[in-house]
Every structure is written in C-alpha cells, then in structure tokens.
Design a protein around this ligand. Structure first.
Ligand SMILES: Cc1ncc(COP(=O)(O)O)c(C=O)c1O
Length: 385
C-alpha cells in the first residue's frame, strides 16, 4: 500500500488539472503575447484562471499576479516592497519561524545594512502581539509574517496583526506568506486586510512551477526582474500557460468541494492522532490540537528515535512523511522552527511532520499507524541496546 502523508511538501494534482495541462500543451500552445487567435485564446485562458483565483481570495482579478511559485511570490513581494520604500525607512519585522524564502531574502537585506527584527514565538508557535506593537516604529517599512507555519501548522492571527500594524504606522506594508493557508483555512484577503499575500499551486492539487501573489490595489512594488512586461510589468517572462490553467482548474474545483474536503482532512487527522496516542508511547505532540492549527498538519516527536531513520523505515513500507519542511530538509541543519518554539534537541531530532489531504482514506491511516508502531518499536530496540 502507498500512503502519502507529505501534503505540506506537495500534493497529488487533481486529474482535471492534469487534463487541462495536457490539453494546453498539446493543442493550445499559443503565446499569450501574440496578437493572433492562438495567442488571444491562451490569454483568455489565463484570465479565466485569474478570475477563479481572485474569486477564491475574494479580491479583484487585477490584484492577482501569476509567478513561478511560492518562493518567487515571496521574493517579488518582499524585495519589491523594500526596494520601493527604502527611502522612507530601514526597519523590517518578521518572525523566527518563517520559510527560507522569506528569511533568506531578509538576511540578504540585513547584510546590506537594513535592520531586521525577528519576533519570538511561544511553545505553540504564536507571536506576542504586544511585542509586535512595541517594536513597530516610524522607520518600519514592512512586516512579513506567515499565515500558517509549514512545520507545525500554527495559524497566526493575521487580522489582529494587520490591525496593530496599521494602527501603529499606516505606511507600514504587511506581506503574508499564505502558502500553507491557501485552500486550507479562510483566506479572504480583504477581511484579513493584508497588502500582499503569496500562494502556490502545487500545495493545492495543482501543477508545480506556478503560484501567485495578491497585491492590494494601489500598493506599489518595484519589479525585481525586467523583460517583456508580462503580468503588468511585475513578473516579466512568457507565462507558464499550462501551469496557470491547471492551477485555475484545481481552484475552480476546490471552490465547489472546499467544505467537504476540509471536513474529510479533519476527520482523517483526528483519526490518525487518536490511534497514534493509543498505540505508541513516548510521543510529544508539537502541533496545537484545535482550530489554531491548520487542518492538514500534525507534527509529532518520537522520543528516542531519529526522525530521519524513522522516515526511511516508513518509506520502505510505502508510507511517505517529512522530517523538517521538505523545501529545506536536504540541509542537515536542525529545524529552525522547532528550535524557535523551544523544543529540546531530542524532541527536534525525533520530529516527523504528517500532512494530510482529502485523498487519504481511513484504511490508509490504519495501515500507516500499524507501520509506524512496528517501526518505532524496532528502532527503539536497536538504539536502546
Ligand atoms: C510556508 C511556505 N512558504 C513558501 C514555500 C515555497 O513555495 P514553493 O514550493 O511554491 O516555492 C513553502 C513550500 O513548502 C512553504 O511551505
């Protein structure tokens, strides 16, 4: 049996999205910038995807920009906002457990002399809103905060954060890395009152290599690359038309099935957790167990077990999970997220992230628990010898 429990890394594309990608590649391969009929047809398809995504985020179509994925969206937003506003101030606020596509960009600016404040996190992965309030000043040009943490699933209170930011300095921009939130929790960007919001197709059963950025009307960004001025000049380069159209299709379906799919993911995760607790001893649950955690993520430490060893035991039996976030787990460094929430070295070393999708079944979970139990017992026997 194959049980894929690594849906925060990437998801299985929907069949309908795959069909769209194939059809665009095989038959509708015109360049949207071309003036002839094939070009116009490709452009029409892109605009239809843009509308689907704008409706999903509850914003205007003109506020959505397609990119090559979440990493590029974060880069365009953060670099674009800093470069535009650098003359107004040199202070930026973020948190200690952001994704590398935020932290490494900010490190780059820190090396150039900008002042970056990294907000602390408590044991649940929550920032202290009072600390945020105290730190924002007249030099703060940007606050960049993720909506859902990719390793432990904590949902940050973006609406309250945005209220504080705008109250303290109405000129400070708020960028939100929404990549793990998009499609999993409500992301009405107008209600959240964010300035920019990034999202990615392959996390929501769409194709890889495509993503997007919401940019609130009247927010000015300086482009970070230049060329043919596609996407209103914000992201030059011929569009990934098959990817964009496949992405739009996956969101069109998600809009119709959202409640059912999220309910299913919650049930599967609860079933997994209940069975895990009653079958395996010596675990520590690192994710919150209520609505302050995204429905699809569950992080567990298996004490006395190396996460990496367990991952390979599981994959041998067809169960796929992650240790740290897959986007950075080739690096050997220990998880900066688990370190930031104060876990001990043993807890960090034994941590596994399980992440679920609506494709997972109860039968799969029964199998995964059985394999997990066997593997943990085996590994502990060997390491305790
Ligand atoms: C929170 C977060 N931000 C950014 C990214 C990068 O997204 P992409 O893989 O589309 O570049 C990821 C990917 O795991 C993520 O989880």
């Amino acid at each position: 049996m194959k049980v894929y429990l690594d849906n925060s890394s990437t998801t299985r594309p929907r069949d309908e999205a795959i069909d769209e990608v194939i059809s665009m590649m095989k038959y509708e391969y015109g360049n949207p910038s071309s003036l002839h009929r094939m070009g116009l047809e490709a452009e029409r398809k892109i605009e239809s995807s843009r509308k689907n995504i704008a409706d999903f985020l509850k914003c205007n179509k003109s506020e959505i920009f397609f990119t090559s994925g979440g990493t590029e969206s974060n880069n365009i937003a953060i670099q674009g906002l800093i470069n535009k506003n650098i003359k107004r101030g040199n202070h930026i606020i973020t948190s200690k457990f952001e994704h590398s596509s935020v932290l490494k960009v900010l490190k780059h600016y820190e090396n150039k002399g900008l002042k970056i404040t990294y907000l602390d996190l408590n044991a649940h992965g929550m920032i202290d809103l009072e600390q945020l309030k105290e730190i924002i000043n007249e030099n703060t040009i940007l606050v960049s905060i993720m909506m859902v943490n990719n390793e432990i699933g904590t949902v940050l209170p973006i609406e309250s954060i945005s209220q504080i930011v705008k109250q303290k300095n109405k000129d400070t921009n708020l960028h939100v890395d929404g990549i793990q939130a998009f499609g999993k929790i409500e992301t009405d960007v107008k209600k959240l009152k964010v300035d920019t919001f990034s999202f990615s197709s392959h996390k929501v059963h769409g194709p890889k290599g495509v993503g997007g950025l919401y940019v609130k009307k009247d927010i000015a960004l300086e482009p970070i690359s230049f060329g043919g001025s596609q996407e209103n000049g914000l992201r030059s380069g011929t569009e990934n038309v098959p990817g964009i159209v496949g992405f739009g299709k996956s969101i069109q379906i998600l809009k119709e099935t959202y409640d059912k799919e999220i309910q299913h993911i919650k049930e599967v995760k609860n079933y997994f957790l209940t069975n895990l607790k009653s079958n395996i001893e010596g675990i520590k649950i690192n994710s919150l167990q209520d609505d302050r955690c995204a429905p699809h993520i569950l992080n567990i430490s298996f004490i006395g077990v190396r996460g990496e060893v367990l991952l390979h035991y599981l994959e041998d039996k067809g169960v796929y999970v992650s240790t740290a976030s897959a986007c950075s787990s080739h690096g050997k460094k220990k998880s900066h997220v688990l370190e930031a929430i104060g876990l001990s070295d043993a807890e960090i070393e034994g941590a596994i992230r399980f992440s679920f999708s609506h494709y997972n079944t109860i039968e799969e979970i029964d199998y995964a628990i059985e394999i997990l139990k066997e593997s943990v017992i085996d590994i502990r026997k060997i390491t305790m010898r």
